[in-house]
Design a binder for this molecule. Sequence first.
Ligand SMILES: Cc1cc2nc3c(=O)[nH]c(=O)nc-3n(C[C@H](O)[C@H](O)[C@H](O)COP(=O)(O)OP(=O)(O)OC[C@H]3O[C@@H](n4cnc5c(N)ncnc54)[C@H](O)[C@@H]3O)c2cc1C
Length: 153
Amino acid sequence: MWLTLTDSITLYHRIQDDYIAWADKTGGSVVELHAYCYKETEFPTQADLLATFEAELYEIVPSLRQAQMLHRQLVNQKNFAGFPPGSFAQRPETSTAVPNLIFAGDWVKMPFPCGLMERAVSSGLLAANTILQRQGVQRRPLLSVNPEGILKI
Ligand SMILES: Cc1cc2nc3c(=O)[nH]c(=O)nc-3n(C[C@H](O)[C@H](O)[C@H](O)COP(=O)(O)OP(=O)(O)OC[C@H]3O[C@@H](n4cnc5c(N)ncnc54)[C@H](O)[C@@H]3O)c2cc1C
């Protein structure tokens, strides 16, 4: 399946209390489709975005073709950092050539797979560990997935 826009789908009626309650009462579903970093030249209007999301929703969940759409809403925000494919190589690592310059944040190159808030927090812990190590103090453990198989960077 090749999706041109959608990068995640969330079934809110399974995870969030008010939507679970509404779904229990009505038998309905609350579905969110999400797209980071799409190109405006490919989807110049809101109608293009909605039409593509809807088509891709039916690709992902074919049984929803028969569902009655009660409401749909497009939230389009330009307040998000972009992490386009191929940007990994250009990102800084925790330590730099400058002794007292240490990076943390969701854009820092990490030695294991993580993203967004998880990356911000994990990179902060790595930065703190770097300082602790330089001070000769014990570093704290940092648990993550094993970077093996498809998760190998
Ligand atoms: C709308 C939206 C929804 C999101 N939803 C999710 C989600 O569901 N799950 C998830 O994991 N992540 C989500 N994120 C991403 C998440 O918010 C970020 O990955 C995370 O906040 C990054 O943390 P950070 O500490 O690297 O940077 P930030 O949180 O951006 O913090 C950087 C701070 O530095 C400050 N700053 C910038 N420049 C200067 C300067 N020159 N001097 C002093 N201070 C400065 C800024 O004001 C800011 O407070 C979302 C982001 C947005 C915008």
